[in-house]
Write a protein that binds this ligand. Sequence first.
Ligand SMILES: [Zn+2]
Length: 661
Amino acid sequence: MKTLNVIFVLLLAPFAAGAAAAEKLTLADRGTTEYTILVPESASPVQISAAAELAETLQEISGVPFPVKKESEIASVSPEEKLLVIGPGAASKALLGPETDEDAVPYDGIILKQAGKSIVFSGHRQRGPLYAVYTFLEDELGCRWWTAAESTIPKRETVEADDFDVQYAPKLIYRESFYAGLMGEANAKIAAHLKTNGASETIPPELGGHHKYQYFVHSFYTVIKPEEFLDHPEWFSEIDGRRKIGGWWGITKKMRELVPAESLDEHGTQLCLTNDELCQTFLERVRKDLDANPEATIVSISQNDCRGPCQCKNCAKIAEEEGSESGPLLYFVNKIAEGLAESHPNVLVDTLAYQYTRKPPKTMKARENVIVRLCSIECSFDQTLDGEFGPSFADGNRRPAPDPENRSFRDDMEKWNEHADRIFIWDYVTNFSQYIIPFPNYRILSDNVRFFVNHNTIGLFEQGNYQGATGDFVQMRAWVMAKLLWNPGANQKALMEEFLSGYYAPELTPLYMRYFDLLCDASEKSDRELGIFQSDTSSWLDLDTYNACAEIMDRIDAKAAELETADPERNAGLLDKVRRERLSFDMALLLDYNRFAEQAQNEGKEFRAPARDEMPAFCDEFRARCKAVGLNRYSEGGGPDKFEQYLTDVFEKIVGGTAAE
Ligand SMILES: [Zn+2]
C-alpha cells in the first residue's frame, strides 16, 4: 500500500460531542506503549477485525507493536488502566457505565469514548466497533484511505489522542457509492473503510458484511419468465385490448418464433398486477428463492426497465382511482409483502417508484415492510433538487434554477413521504452515454444527499461510473460520495479539497477547484437541462470556458511535473495521475474539436488546442494514454469490444475535418 501526504480536515463537528475535559492520552512514545488492546472473551469476527486494524495501524504510525488481549487475560478493567477496549462486551460496559446502553445503539452507530485513561470503541454489533476504530484513526490520528491501493498513515514518534466523545449513527442505513473502485473483493477493504454497505460492495462478514438482496431491481421477468406468456397470457400486460409480451431488451428470436406478432410489444411490457393467480405464483417463487438465499434481507419486487403497464379493467380501475400507475404496483407489492411478512418477517420488500410509477398514489400506503425506491432519472443534474444551482466553490454564491423536472421530482418525493415509511433512492451522478468527459454536477452532490435525507430517505444508491477505474475524477467522486453518505452534513467542498490535496498534491487543489467551478458555471449559463445521457459537451461547454480550462490543465501538468521532480518520494506517480485525469478533458476536446475550431475561426478567437495537422499525433497519443491506464469503455453500453472503433470514429471526424455531429 502506498502512502501519500495529506492535509486533513477534522470532521467531528456533526457528531454528538461534549464530555467534560479529559486528560490527553499518550498512546505511544519513542518506541514504547503502555496500552493494551482488549477484546471481549467471545469476540465476534468484526471485533477481532477492529482490534487487528487498530493494532496494525497504530504500529504503522508509531512503529510500536500493541498487544491484543482477551478480557480474561488482564487483572482488572478501570478508568485507571491504559486500555483500548473493543466493545460491546463486559469491559466496555464497565467503562461506559449505566448511562450508555450499547445494545440501544441504532444500526451502524458508533460509540467512541474516552473513559479515564482508557478508550472504548463500540457501537451497533454488526459494524459499530469497526466503524468506531476507523473514525478514531481518521478523525483523531489523521489516517486516510483514498483508494484500495493508496492511503495516508502519518508517522509519529509520539501518538496522542485528545478529548473526544462521539456517539453517532448514520441516518442512511443503506449507503452505496456505486463506483468500480468500491466494488468486488479486491476493493472490500476500502469499501469498509469508507463505511459503505451496499449490495454490490462484496464486504466479507469479518468487515461487517453488506446488504444482500434477492434480485436487484427490474425483477418482474426474473420471477415470471417471458416464455410463460404462452401458457398464461393473462399474467402479462393487456395493452390496447390484447395481452402482450416484450422485454425491455427487445424481442428474442425464440419469442418471435413462438408468439404471434400481434402479441409482441417491441417497447416492453409488465405484469397484470391484479391477477390473483399471478400474485400467488409470484409469492410462492419469491419465498422459494428467499429460502435458498437466507442471507438476503431485502427482496426487490419491481417493474421491468420499460413502460407498458397493464391496462386491463381491474388494473386500470386502481390506476384511475389512485391517479397513478403506482396504485396497481403498490396493490401488488403490498400483497406480496403481506405474504412475506408471515413467512419471512426479517425480509423487506423493495419496489421502484420509477418513470411511470414515480408519482405517488392518492390514498394507498405502502405496508410497513415495503421500501419504496424513488429514481431521479428525469432530473437535471447541474441543479439541486431544492431548485437551485450548487454553490460556487470560489465564493459560495448560488442562483435559483427553476427546472420543472426537478420541481416535479421534489413534489413526488414530498408526497411519497405520506405513503411510505421506508424510502430508498436510486440517484444518478454520472453521464452514462459518455463516462469519460466532464459531467458538471460537481457542486450539487451534498445538497442532493441532504435533500434525500431531509425527506426521510434511509437508503441511498448513488449510481456513478461503476464500470471504469478511469473517468471524470472517479476516485474523488467515489470517496466524496461515500463520505457524504456516512455524514450528509459534511462539507462537500472541504471533502473535495481534502481528497485533491491528499491524493494528488495540495499545490494542485486550487487549480482543480477552479476547473470544476468553470465547468459548472458554463453548464449553468447554458440554460440547458443536464441529463445523464450526454454524448458530448456541445449542449453546455462554450469555447471561452474550454480555453480557460485548457490553460488550467496545462498549469496542472507543469506543476505536477515540477513537484515530482522536486520531491520524487513524496510525489511519486503524481504526473501519471494528473495525466490520467486529463483524459476526461481531452476526450471533451476530441468530441467537440470541430465545433470549437469552427467557432474560433469564425469569431477570430483563440482555440487552445493542437492545430488540425497536429491532431493525428495527438489522437495516437490519446489512444496510447487510454491503453496505459486500462481505459477501454466510454459508456454504459460501450465496452471494450467497441472502444477502439469508437476512438477511430471520433478521430476520423477531426482528422478528416468533417463537421461534428
Ligand atoms: Zn391487469
